[in-house]
Design a binder for this molecule. Structure first.
Ligand SMILES: [Zn+2]
Ligand SMILES: [Zn+2]
Length: 344
């Protein structure tokens, strides 16, 4: 089968190749991939700035239909339309797995990084990770479930949005944009989202089109003054950090109100990041770090999509065949796209 393979360590080394189709295990299913979104982490793997184990087929934001089921699988059938959580090789018996947090299992190996992913005709996954795609969603729409589940997990489940909260989302990539819409769906009174000049090509205009209450280009406007204006100088109830930029991370702690909440989801390029520690301490901020997602996050997102509270088509700006992966990666990198989805 054709697959986009990271062949070796180092920048580049990404090629569309013929590789053997995966074998399924007794409790696994083989999925014919119909759509797979390009993620910022795919670009980082291309640049050798994200952990992975080569050679590996990349791609993890996928949707497809079941082509074959393992001997022990009883609850799924060939032809079922599915999306899948990312906890391949999770052990099933550690504290994290048993408490519904398999995303944090030490033996988990996410597809597209450490085991073969979904920029390919087929992927194999354990059946217990599957979720059914609601009938009114296309495969391309369903491929937006994974990044949305990351936002739902970090912002809705770990940090929490209360009715009438003022929510500041730092960063307007696909996850930032969907987090902002999700905050509105969760009852926030005002949602502010930020970007920089580079985001004026597609992402900030998209935020305006989506009806986010306040869209700020921080290269042009003074965000701190604006937040002070909107909150009577108190600060935001919730700040969601989704830019991964070290300056924005420090700002996340400064722009939250006393006893406010900070949701850290964006991934900075370095391990050490400086934050205004005493300021955060003496304003008694509640901070939650988050990565990946869990069963409840996926069900929540599929429900938001199915009833139209969030419309994934609004985030997918480009759909291309897998063979045109290079132009897809280029569109994502240049900022001309919000979400690019490849169809194998
Ligand atoms: Zn992703
Ligand atoms: Zn485990």
């Amino acid at each position: 089968m054709r697959a986009l393979l990271k062949t070796a360590r180092g920048p580049g080394n990404l090629e569309l190749r013929d590789v053997p189709a995966p074998h399924i295990t007794r409790d696994g299913v083989l999925i014919r991939v119909r759509a797979c979104g390009i993620c910022g982490s795919d670009l980082k793997i291309q640049d050798d700035r994200h952990p992975y184990t080569p050679p590996v087929v990349i791609g993890h934001e996928f949707a497809g239909e079941i082509a074959e089921i393992g001997a022990a699988v009883t609850e799924w059938a060939v032809g079922d339309r599915v999306v899948s959580e990312q906890h391949t090789l999770a052990c099933g018996h550690c504290r994290q797995c048993l408490s519904g947090n398999a995303f944090a299992c030490a033996s988990k190996r996410a597809p597209g990084y450490f085991v073969d992913g979904a920029f390919a005709e087929f992927i194999q996954v354990p059946a217990w990770l599957l979720h059914r795609i609601p009938e009114n969603l296309t495969f391309v729409e369903a491929a937006f479930t994974e990044p949305s589940a990351v936002a739902a997990h970090g912002m809705l489940e770990r940090t929490g949005i209360a009715p009438e909260d003022i929510v500041l989302v730092l960063g307007c990539g696909p996850i930032g944009l969907v987090a902002a819409k999700m905050a509105q769906a969760a009852g926030a009174s005002t949602v502010i989202i930020t970007g920089v000049d580079h985001d004026e090509k597609a992402r900030l205009p998209k935020a305006r089109e989506l009806g986010i209450d306040c869209v700020v280009n921080t290269s042009q406007a003074d965000l701190a003054a604006l937040v002070a204006d909107l909150t009577g100088s108190e600060g935001a109830d919730v700040v969601v950090e989704l830019s991964g930029a070290v300056t924005a991370i420090a700002q996340a702690f400064r722009l939250a109100r006393r006893l406010g909440r900070v949701s850290i989801i964006g991934q900075p390029p370095t391990d050490e990041v400086s934050i205004p520690y005493r300021e955060a301490l003496f304003r008694a901020l509640r901070v939650s770090f988050s990565y990946s997602s869990k069963y409840t996050s996926w069900e929540r997102v599929l429900s938001l999509f199915a009833r139209g509270a969030i419309r994934p088509t609004q985030f997918v700006t480009h759909t291309l065949p897998l063979a045109e992966w290079e132009s897809g990666f280029g569109l994502s990198r240049s900022g001309e796209a919000v979400k690019v989805v490849l169809e194998p």
